[in-house]
Design a protein. Structure first.
Length: 318
């Protein structure tokens, strides 16, 4: 047994005007999980402590919360791994969500983005046209298995800095799930699905890798890259996001460096005079500070090595 202090976020909108903190002391084995400790505190100390949970086995996705500043599943987090020097553990609701009561949050924005995907198969033909179920080859299935493990815990969504500044961004889980249907050979709506997830700001992802901390190893960030690549492969390139990706790759492959003038023109669109006029004041301010990038760039030494990397990674280029 160890003396453990749970430093809890408490908020009940029925009685509290502002969130407050409460420290709850328990005698509990530090070999247990954070969820076990919360369950004990609720059963033995204060029955009003609120949090979501169900399976206790990292399957249902209910118990994601912020533990010492890092969001993760409470049922998968051993207490002794997160206990601070004073034997306390700080527990808060997931960030990027509005608290409902204590560690329980309003999940609606997360579910709304998921529902927009139409997260079910939409085959071109009818079930009755098939004698048996529709088959997927093991090779094609391999692409979908990791995403199918997603338990919709929203840990990745809570960790995403882009969601925190722009709540209209679909977020990592929704994009990963879009990928799961885009790559499913039984589905017939690939173009529509790519268009929909692009409308939900697929290209806003800043590739910070924060969502790589996924308790089910879905690696949503890698699926975001796959989805972007797929959208370019099927020709959905007439938007600032894909144009930016393609022109950045092109200039680096050509010279080994980022040709910023070309990137700006390529992203906005060379004949988009209104868009180019909009960035003109920024360009003039940069020029007045001597920060205008060179108009022509010579390839760096060993640029061939850079080109070989691009080719080996099959990076799409404008
Ligand atoms: S991708 Fe991972 S972190 Fe995100 S909702 Fe699914 S299981 Fe949770
Ligand atoms: S990699 Fe993209 S989706 Fe993932 S946390 Fe960073 S910005 Fe968000
Ligand atoms: S209780 Fe189900 S994932 Fe933690």
């Amino acid at each position: 047994m160890s003396k453990i202090t749970l430093d809890l976020f408490r908020f009940d909108p029925a009685v509290d005007e502002e969130p407050r903190r409460e420290r709850v002391d328990i005698d509990f084995p530090d070999t247990s999980t954070v969820l076990d400790a919360l369950e004990y505190a609720k059963a033995e100390v204060d029955g009003s402590i609120s949090f979501r949970r169900s399976c206790r086995s990292a399957i249902c996705g209910s118990c994601s919360m912020n533990i010492n500043g890092v969001t993760g599943l409470a049922c998968k987090t051993p207490i002794r791994e997160v206990m601070r020097a004073d034997n306390s553990v700080k527990i808060d609701p997931m960030p990027n969500f509005e608290p409902m009561k204590d560690m329980v949050v309003h999940m609606d924005p997360f579910w709304d983005k998921y529902a927009r995907l139409k997260p079910y198969l939409q085959p071109a033909d009818k079930d009755e046209d098939h004698e048996r179920e529709r088959r997927v080859s093991p090779e094609d299935m391999k692409k979908l298995v990791a995403v199918a493990n997603c338990v919709m815990c929203a840990t990745c969504y809570a960790l995403c800095p882009v969601v925190s500044v722009d709540p209209s961004f679909a977020g990592p889980a929704a994009i990963a799930y879009a990928y799961r249907f885009i790559e499913d050979t039984r589905d017939s709506k690939q173009q529509e699905r790519i268009a929909q997830i692009s409308d939900d700001y697929l290209w806003l992802c800043a590739h910070c890798y924060a969502c790589s901390y996924c308790p089910k190893h879905v690696d949503p960030h890698d699926r975001i890259i796959d989805t972007k690549r797929r959208s370019i492969a099927v020709g959905q390139t007439d938007a600032p996001g894909p144009r930016h990706a393609l022109v950045v790759a092109k200039t680096i492959k050509q010279t080994g460096m980022l040709a910023e003038n070309e990137v700006i023109a390529g992203t906005i669109g060379r004949f988009n005079f209104r868009g180019l006029l909009k960035v003109m004041p920024l360009g003039l301010r940069m020029a007045s500070k001597g920060k205008i990038p060179p108009l022509f760039m010579h390839p760096v030494q060993k640029v061939e090595e850079i080109r070989t990397i691009f080719e080996s990674m099959e990076v799409p280029v404008a």
